[in-house]
Ligand binder design. Structure first.
Ligand SMILES: [Zn+2]
Length: 401
């Protein structure tokens, strides 16, 4: 069992309204000349691409825009982006969007640097060395991809999300400019906000770093719960408790949007070191088959997994209740811990996240298949505070059905 922990994040983080104005300077200091922007049509139409183009133009940088990104991008979309990248030969890749576009940018930078196809790098630590300079500019407050080591694609043929995880995929520069999230549609703000909450809760309820059991011959991309991740996750949870609902329901509440942008980035730093666990393990097959967004799937599953983990994480969950703004004054620890679950359910309700798998069109007979696929994702189960069998996973899915 490990007796030390380490911490990685993006090379530089610039946070705050107007952060994108630093793009030109940073690119010059890093001697970049040709930048490939990876984004999508929806953001183009929402007017979010233009401010980035203006920054690149003002800095006299050459750039081209691949705007064929999609939500939960497939391997086929990755091939299209790669074809454009390979013919244009950029010296840096900029991912502009939610996690989907940023993840696509990471895959493009990886394959441009090391050749082959995206599938060559699936799993943990398969990227052999540094990749092209990578800049990530989030337009949603949720995934934390701007600071994380993960890139997730969807294998549509096998109906499952596939992830590439490597510390070489941490962006060199994360420009987190909350202004870019102000035009985010409410549904997207809800899905990505509950994803950020899931990241923070899974990180600070993870198994302790010095109790994590990794089978001989295996290595983990996550450390388990550790002090620095804990600080970041706690701050994120309290910001989310205060601001998530307003960020979804009031487009003009810029303070709420700014706070959610910060929360998502902090949660990204926490989970991409400590880890995510059963919520994400169960969401991968669920999202792959039912085509719900990653955030909606996680938000649906989160309270059910918290209930399963409660016996192992009572005091942490009581603390989460407090961070989410519950008055736990006179409650005993177990009641306070349960309060955290109720509060997460209330938040989920307030922002319109589905409560049941059947609401997403899932069928009872699919649950066994979901449990089987989740059970195969061992690296996320190592992080969970409570060991889980196939039957446990099926039980959680049945409760959520
Ligand atoms: Zn997530």
């Amino acid at each position: 069992m490990p007796s030390s922990w380490s911490f990685f994040t993006s090379g530089q983080l610039v946070f705050g309204p107007g952060a994108i104005e630093q793009l030109g300077d940073w690119s010059h200091r890093h001697q970049l000349k040709r930048i490939l922007v990876v984004t999508d049509q929806c953001l183009r139409q929402a007017g979010v691409v233009v401010p980035i183009e203006e920054q690149l133009q003002a800095a006299q940088l050459e750039f081209t825009v691949f705007d064929g990104g999609t939500a939960e991008p497939s391997l086929e979309i990755a091939d299209l982006a790669l074809a454009e990248a390979i013919s244009w030969k950029p010296d840096a890749v900029l991912g502009l969007g939610g996690g989907s576009n940023m993840d696509l940018a990471k895959i493009v930078a990886t394959v441009l640097s090391h050749g082959g196809i995206p599938a060559d790098y699936f799993g943990f630590d398969q990227v052999p060395g540094p990749v092209l300079p990578l800049i990530c500019v989030p337009t949603t407050a949720g995934t934390g991809s701007e600071v994380s080591h993960a890139a997730v694609l969807t294998d549509t043929q096998n109906e499952i999300k596939v992830s590439t995880m490597s510390n070489y995929l941490r962006p060199d520069l994360a420009l987190v400019d909350p202004v870019l999230t102000y035009s985010c549609p409410p549904q997207v703000a809800a899905d990505s906000g509950i994803d950020a909450l899931t990241h923070a809760i899974e990180a600070c309820t993870a198994v302790d770093y010095d109790r994590m059991q990794i089978p001989a011959g295996e290595s983990s991309s996550y450390t388990g719960r550790q002090p620095l991740g804990d600080c970041l996750a706690e701050k994120a949870i309290s910001l989310i408790g205060q601001h998530l609902v307003n960020a979804v329901t009031d487009r003009n509440d810029h303070q709420a949007h700014d706070a959610m942008s910060l929360a998502a980035t902090l949660a990204g730093m926490a989970f991409s070191n400590c880890g995510v666990a059963l919520v994400h393990a169960l969401e991968y097959p669920l999202g792959g088959a039912l085509h719900c967004s990653h955030g909606a799937g996680n938000g649906l599953l989160l309270p059910y997994v918290m209930r399963f983990n409660l016996p192992e994480r009572e005091s942490t969950m009581a603390r989460i209740a407090q961070l989410l703004g519950c008055d736990i004054g006179a409650m005993d620890q177990q009641t306070a811990a349960k309060e955290a679950i109720l509060k997460v359910e209330q938040l989920r309700q307030a922002i319109g996240i589905p409560h049941r798998i059947r609401e997403l069109g899932g069928r009872q007979e699919q649950l066994a298949g979901f449990a089987e696929k989740s059970f195969a994702i061992k690296r996320l189960q190592w992080v969970n505070p409570r060991p889980s069998s196939y039957e446990d996973l099926l039980g959680i899915l049945q409760a959520a059905y």
